[in-house]
Design a protein around this ligand. Structure first.
Ligand code: FES
Ligand code: FES
Length: 158
């Protein structure tokens, strides 16, 4: 498979989950392993540009496909607007849910550059944050949307 643009080849057990392959075999620990039951969304990565819960995907199923993790979000040393948005608007507290939130937010903005609050909330509906209460996550995504559109006018707020 290709992971963050680099081709990787490993001999693995058929039962190995993608989340464990990324973390334990490739050392990409930005992808978090939370519930292991497809509920929390901390493990979200992209499989061929589609956000998936990597605890529900066998690593072998990703063979021949493109995987992108949170480590692959920054480009040429510059953080992605969603990463900067989460920093600017305090879209995290403990940070456990954040990698998955970032990957979902990026996918949302790629498809819909100016989502409504309801659309943002729907996009992250499959992900659980125990800390923030979601308001600051929504603001962070709005910040990133405004930043990309060049319409952000005030510090930290869209
Ligand atoms: S660890 Fe995958 S959804 Fe929770
Ligand atoms: S910031 Fe702690 S779970 Fe979301």
């Amino acid at each position: 498979m290709t992971v963050n643009g680099e081709e990787v080849t490993r001999r693995i057990e058929g039962r190995l989950l993608l989340v464990h392959f990324l973390r334990d075999q490739l050392g990409l620990t930005g992808t978090h392993w939370g519930c292991d039951t497809s509920n929390c969304g901390a493990c979200v990565v992209w499989l061929d540009d589609e956000p998936v819960k990597s605890c529900t995907v066998l690593a072998a199923m990703a063979g021949g496909h493109e995987v992108r993790t949170v480590e692959g979000l920054e480009l040429d040393g510059e953080l992605d607007p969603v990463q900067r948005g989460f920093m600017a608007c305090h879209g995290l507290q403990c940070g456990f849910c954040t990698p998955g939130m970032l990957m979902t937010a990026r996918a949302l903005l790629d498809r819909n550059p100016s989502p409504t609050e309801q659309e943002i909330r729907r996009a992250v509906a499959g992900q659980i944050c125990r800390c923030t209460g979601y308001a600051s996550i929504v603001r962070s995504v709005q910040w990133a949307a405004a930043e990309q559109a060049g319409t952000r006018t005030t510090q930290g707020r869209p």
